[in-house]
Design a protein around this ligand. Structure first.
Ligand code: ARG
Ligand code: ZN
Length: 873
């Protein structure tokens, strides 16, 4: 049942060529596959051929044109075995029938709002035809599709369109050929009645690429931002990595039933429509930012994923971590380095840190799995990107690029491994990266603590750095990690301080490279005690604690030349106050005043971007505080303390925040650009603080903004503020929003999420009623996630209600949805990953809810795996 990395072995047969003939029709579609197979040189004659297959109705099997007797093969629930294949090249021909309309798991070939489409990664192709469905089996595909001309005027697959024409009975066909050998998980097919927009991109070497985005009729104009993002991505990959597109066609299709964000199928990316459609009246700034980054992500996969793919699914991080790194860099170049970095780190801490610190912790490259779908995680994606970022930090920009060039040169056309990836950087730089490679192998977030001391007599300044790597499930003993620590020492006047010499460890300019559990670095020639700025730009994904005083942190908040750490310092000061308050020590007026002053200074800066200022205004959220507390967490107490600090700050800052609000309120025509987005973000953050802090007139201001907003960003921000503070208008405005937008499912998702976030006492009853209502679209992943993943992950007080009602509700939901869509069920269930950190009553309730899910009957492999690990870890 468990698959192990150590058991990797090549297939005994190679697939040289794939020809598919797909006859698409309502209810039943028929797939005829011609696979040209060759035994490997070392394959013993008569070795059975074992193909994967699931939920296929087998009609015929032939070899080299000869129909096979029933005794020559065996078809089971998991595949097709040919007992004695020829001992030379042969063509296996199978014909199967599938029922896309009944495929509500949305893996393989399915139908979404009338459109036939596919999702094959990781193991969906076996639900289309019998195949060696694993990423190291690469073959060129030729696909003939036919369907009714009215139901499906559009027929798309990977590669280039080589032929099309009419057929009898109102049908037509199209033949697509993809010259690049690819694994089956990159196969895609779309058939339907779709609208489209078209554009063109000329690559650096002069290839003209026809770009198309296909969508539901009427949605064409909402695809323009995605198209613009695509063209910018294509240009960026040429500039930054020297990577050109390689086919004459690049198509994107938006579908409304999709299990995750998007998919990088060669030449035919398929997207969840929420990551394509954008117009100011229905999409927020955050939606525009996501669209830009996911369009880029999938496009960048063409090189890091498609041209160079993974040998096996344990290597998933090879393509995902690297491609997230690439899309982050793209968005930074398009927008702002510091602002994007802070956002990315916030996301890492919000999604990956709790995973890494709980029962579902796993290495970025796991060495075993029961269900690979459960490993499309924040660790593989976001921590994977941090690992690549650390490589770039260690090697420098030029060194990293040199390694990437070698990676593309050496591994193009291959299915490869993390080891091979590390090796190209060793070979191109001459550095030994074997120890660094532990980042892929060891789970858990290193905890780093730093204490400093200054000896005035000898003018010596010492940093004592300790890293601790705590056990994670299945890994009791850990090695120290290689930590690139970007740093600076700041003198009393706020300017950088240099040193005469340093001893005790490796320091390269502004980079400490630590690879031991303890390090004591002494800097000489230091006239006064400096304040250290450590892990600048969040140079390693660690949990840092230091002996910095509150005064030091406030000093850093004003003087650190590194914008990330300046932001971090402000977070640290308010976190310190809130942690002490939760522990029973109330803050003093002077402490609040000091934070208020630092914020005022940040807000009045002429150099800082509005988007940065908005981030500075944002206090650590409740889950971040819970994580800092670590154990015996009481979410109600955290909620109370945080609201208290906001109220205390607002008592001092209300006039400043009102001014911020007014000066950034604009009636300019909407643009999703960085400047406008930043100003909206600043304005709306100020509004949220004013409302939560109960400033006079703030609730009214929010209602007015809701009513007169010219774009969804402003309307939703106002509503979200009203809902999260649960002001007197909350119920009425929520209903109004529902009435206005019921017809637009993507906006309806925003309404669902707001309901899921409300923290008032009636919230749970409202959510239950929404889910129970007969017209709730119970099979659409976006709707289900907007309501239930948001509830579990982002509503700490209601999900973790002390009476256990939130836990029970979520567990029952998982049990129910698991029967229809195991991937959505398993994903929502991961909300329980923090259950052991709660105080004992909540912990007991969470455990009861998990156990009753376990006893409720047959669960999918996806959900059973998450449940088992959540309870065990
Ligand atoms: N490869 C896709 C991407 O990151 C995502 C596929 C997700 N698959 C899954 N089973 N969760 O771009
Ligand atoms: Zn990806």
């Amino acid at each position: 049942e468990t698959v192990f990395l150590k058991d990797y072995a090549e297939t005994p047969y190679v697939i040289e060529k794939v020809e598919l003939d797909v006859r698409i029709a309502p209810d039943t579609s028929v797939i005829r596959a011609l696979l040209t197979l060759v035994p490997r040189a070392n394959t013993a004659p008569g070795t059975p051929l074992v193909l994967d297959g699931e939920e296929l109705t087998l009609r015929t099997v032939a070899i080299d044109g000869l129909p096979q007797a029933l005794t020559a093969y065996a078809a089971t629930a998991t595949g097709l075995t040919i007992h004695q294949p020829p001992n030379k090249r042969f063509v296996l021909e199978t014909e199967v029938a599938v029922e896309p309309e009944k495929n509500i798991r949305l893996m393989g070939f399915y139908r979404s709002s009338g459109t036939w489409c596919t999702q094959c990664e990781p193991e969906g192709f076996r639900r289309i035809t019998y195949y060696l469905d694993r990423p190291d089996v690469l073959a060129p595909f030729k696909v003939r599709m036919s369907a009714d001309r009215v139901l499906a005027p559009i027929l798309l697959s990977n590669g280039n369109l080589v032929e099309q024409g009419a057929l009898p009975d109102g049908k037509h066909f199209a033949v697509w050929e993809d010259p690049f050998p690819k694994p089956a998980y990159l196969f895609a097919m779309v058939a339907g009645d779709l609208g489209s927009i078209h554009d063109e991109f000329t690559t650096a070497s002069g290839r003209k690429v026809a770009l198309g985005i296909y969508c539901a009729h009427g949605k064409e104009s909402e695809c323009l931002y995605a198209m613009d993002s695509l063209k910018r991505s294509m240009a960026w990959d040429e500039r930054r990595f020297g990577r050109e597109y390689d086919l004459d066609i690049f198509n994107i299709v938006a579908v409304s039933d999709f299990n995750f964000g998007a998919m990088e199928n060669k030449g035919l990316n398929i997207f969840n429509d929420k990551l394509v459609f954008a117009k100011p009246e229905s999409a927020t700034d955050a939606d525009y930012i996501n669209i830009e980054s996911v369009i880029a992500h999938e496009y960048f996969h063409n090189w890091t994923g498609d041209r160079i793919t993974c040998r096996d699914w344990f290597q998933l991080c090879l393509k995902e971590g690297l491609t997230v790194y690439r899309d982050q860099e793209f968005s930074m170049d398009e927008r702002s380095r510091p602002v994007n970095r802070i956002d990315d780190v916030r996301q890492l801490r919000q999604t990956q840190f709790p995973e890494d610190g709980g029962p579902l912790a796993h290495p970025a490259r796991p060495d075993r799995y029961k269900e690979i779908n459960n490993f499309y995680t924040a660790t593989v994606y976001e921590k994977g990107a941090e690992i690549v970022r650390m490589l770039a930090t260690l090697l420098g920009e030029a060194g990293f690029r040199k390694g990437m060039d070698l990676y593309f040169e050496r591994h193009d056309g291959e299915a490869t491994t993390i080891e091979a990836f590390i090796k190209v950087f060793e070979d191109s730089s001459g550095q030994n990266l074997q120890h660094f490679q532990q980042w892929y192998l060891q789970a858990g977030t290193p905890e780093v603590s730093v204490t400093d001391r200054f000896d005035a007599a000898t003018q010596t300044y010492t940093l004592d750095i300790v890293q601790e790597n705590k056990p994670t499930p299945g890994q009791d003993e850990k090695q120290p990690m290689v930590l690139p620590i970007k740093f600076g020492l700041i003198g009393p006047n706020g300017s950088p301080m240099s040193w005469a010499s340093v001893s005790g460890g490796e320091v390269r300019d502004d980079l400490i490279v630590m690879d031991t559990n303890k390090l004591s670095l002494s800097f000489t020639g230091i006239p006064n005690r400096p304040v250290p700025s450590l892990f600048r730009g969040f140079s390693a994904p660690v949990q840092l604690s230091t002996n910095a005083s509150e005064a030091d942190q406030l000093f850093l908040a004003r003087h650190d030349a590194d914008p990330f750490n300046r932001w971090q310092a402000l977070q640290d000061v308010s976190m310190r106050l809130m942690l002490e308050a939760v522990g029973g020590k109330p803050w003093s007026d002077a402490q609040v005043a000091a934070i208020a002053d630092a914020l005022t200074e940040t807000l009045s800066s002429k150099e800082l971007d509005p988007a940065y200022k908005a981030l500075a205004l944002g206090l650590p959220n409740e889950q971040t505080i819970a994580r800092a507390i670590g154990s015996n967490v009481d979410p109600d107490r955290i909620h109370e303390v945080r609201t208290g600090l906001v109220t205390a700050l607002v008592a001092r800052l209300a006039p400043t925040l009102e001014k911020v609000y007014l000066t950034n309120d604009s009636r300019l025509a909407y643009s999703p650009d960085f400047q406008q987005t930043g100003r909206r973000s600043m304005k709306n953050t100020a509004l949220a603080l004013l409302v939560l802090g109960k400033a006079e007139g703030a609730a009214k201001l929010a209602r007015e903004q809701y009513e007169r907003a010219l774009n969804m960003t402003d309307r939703l921000s106002a509503l979200s503020t009203v809902v999260q503070s649960w002001t007197a208008d909350a119920d009425a405005l929520l209903s109004d929003f529902y009435r206005q937008y019921t017809a637009d499912p993507l906006v309806l998702d925003k309404w669902l999420s707001l309901n899921a976030l409300a923290a008032d006492d009636a919230a749970l009853e409202r959510i239950k009623a929404i889910l129970a209502s007969p017209d709730f679209p119970r099979n659409n992943p976006n709707r289900l996630r907007a309501l239930m993943a948001t509830f579990g992950m982002n509503n700490p007080t209601q999900f973790a209600r002390q009476d256990g009602a939130g836990f029970r509700f979520l567990a029952e939901f998982v049990g129910d949805v698991d029967k229809r869509n195991p991937q959505v069920a398993a994903r929502v269930l991961t909300a329980f990953r923090v259950w052991r950190s709660f105080e004992s009553v909540r912990r007991g309730e969470a455990e009861k809810a998990l156990k009753s899910l376990q006893e409720s009957g047959e669960l999918s492999r996806n959900t059973a795996d998450i449940l088992e690990r959540t309870l065990a870890g």
